[in-house]
Design a protein. Sequence first.
Length: 553
Amino acid sequence: MTATRAPDLIVTGARVLTMWADRPRAGAVAICDGVIVAVGDRAEVEPLAGPSTRVIEAGGATVLPGFVESHLHLVLGGSELTHLSLVGIEGEATLTRAFRAFANDNPEAPLLMGQGGDYGLIGRPMTRHDLDRVIADRPIAITAPDHHTVWANTAALRAAGVLYGADTPPGHEVVMGDDGTATGELREFEAFAKVIALGGDERVNLGIATGRDPSPWPDAAALAVDREKAARGLAHCAAHGITSVINMDGNRYTLALLDGLRAEGRLTARVKVPFHFKPDMAPDMLDEAGALTADYADDWLSSGMVKLFMDGVMDSRTAFRLDDYPGQPGHRGAGLFGQDEFARIATEADRRGLQIAVHAIGDAAVRRTLDGYAAARAANGPRDSRHRIEHIELLDRTDLPRFATLGVTCSIQPVHGPGVLDFGLDGMEPFGADRLRDAFLCRDLQAAGAMVCFSSDWPVTDISVLRGIRAQLVRTPYPGAGDQRLPLSDTLAAYTARGAWAAHMERLTGTIRPGLSGDLVILTGDIEAVPEAEIDALGIRATIAGGRVTHGG
Ligand SMILES: [Zn+2]
């Protein structure tokens, strides 16, 4: 009989919410070789300690499974941490002050980039002339929170070579004024790619923009620059208690950056990276998804997923809906994939054993995606596919039962709702007053038997899980929608166990039980005892991924 080695780490004196049905609450957790070896009362677990065991006394604070961020953009977010944050900025005067201070702090930057600029930032559609009044002598640009629009000043448009327009594919537009020059509004990636490139972020945008790899493959110096962007993203995740990340864009390059960090011992979260399949791709591009799945298939880096966009976003009225946008008879947005086309791709991806995740915000986009999943199931037979729909901001209620019937996971960002976290109430307008009743139906979806997981879509919104939890719990219901908030217990599950399940990672992480990875987050207090409106006053004391302390201590 071999002696069992003493644990490397014991967290004790905790209120452990395990998300494990057999033992939902405990007082202590022991981890050895990166794996949870004991969960129990402190009297059961503490005696396992040996001389070299590190013991963290949690002082009655909540310990949860490390958060599973079900939808974010890691490298893009990491790169934007060095941009000017415009979250919460309103009005021309405030914008100008913020940008000029940022310019002073960054005298050498070839492009001054602001991120998170609200569509209503200055109270009217923004033009290059507005931005010229902010700063005229250096290129500046602003990204909308949804990353579907960029506004640039004249210097940036000129430096990027798009001041007099550019050829762009359908759906991407350098908006032109009557005088034959660009207005400064750039819609979708192919329109703003050259502006982004001024700041050196073009390579890390490809995973979301084109799904293709940089060509030629970057040299060592460029790789090192981009690896630091990924590292900043990972550090930001660790600081917020996140130990698993579903990156909702991707290509081989993204995985290569993360693999490079792993080689340096700097991969501090488990990352799943899908292959981003674009409408211009032939179905045999799914071969690349298969190759990524074969090449990255361990507990820290994996693929196995295809990400597609079915539509745009509500703010720019590019979400695909069943009825007309308010005040725009006949305008309903459009599906980025045709009905039959999507059904064909979904069937083929499903046949190859890939999980599918589709961005679908409007109710028509959601329905078309469900129809495609149904076609795949009819063709290939049922399997444990856990195909997902991302966002589901607007839903025709007749589709509610189909999620459970088809086994489709709902990956929702409750914090994206107008007026919920950082987004203004003006975001309600494109829904139409009579359709808010069908917006962000988290509770109705769960009640209909669907698996619901939560996330931030960072850098679209703040990554903070604790802020997200608070916002979800205290938000004001939309008129006619009923109360769509989930209670705290479901909310915590949506950020942990259900997120892990939705990513086929439930045998690895998402619950605290023996045999699973030592992925924990220790809060600074008891999340069940503080008032809901004060949950975001709690902090992250420590994050532990695979038994290693990745933040705090
Ligand atoms: Zn996203």
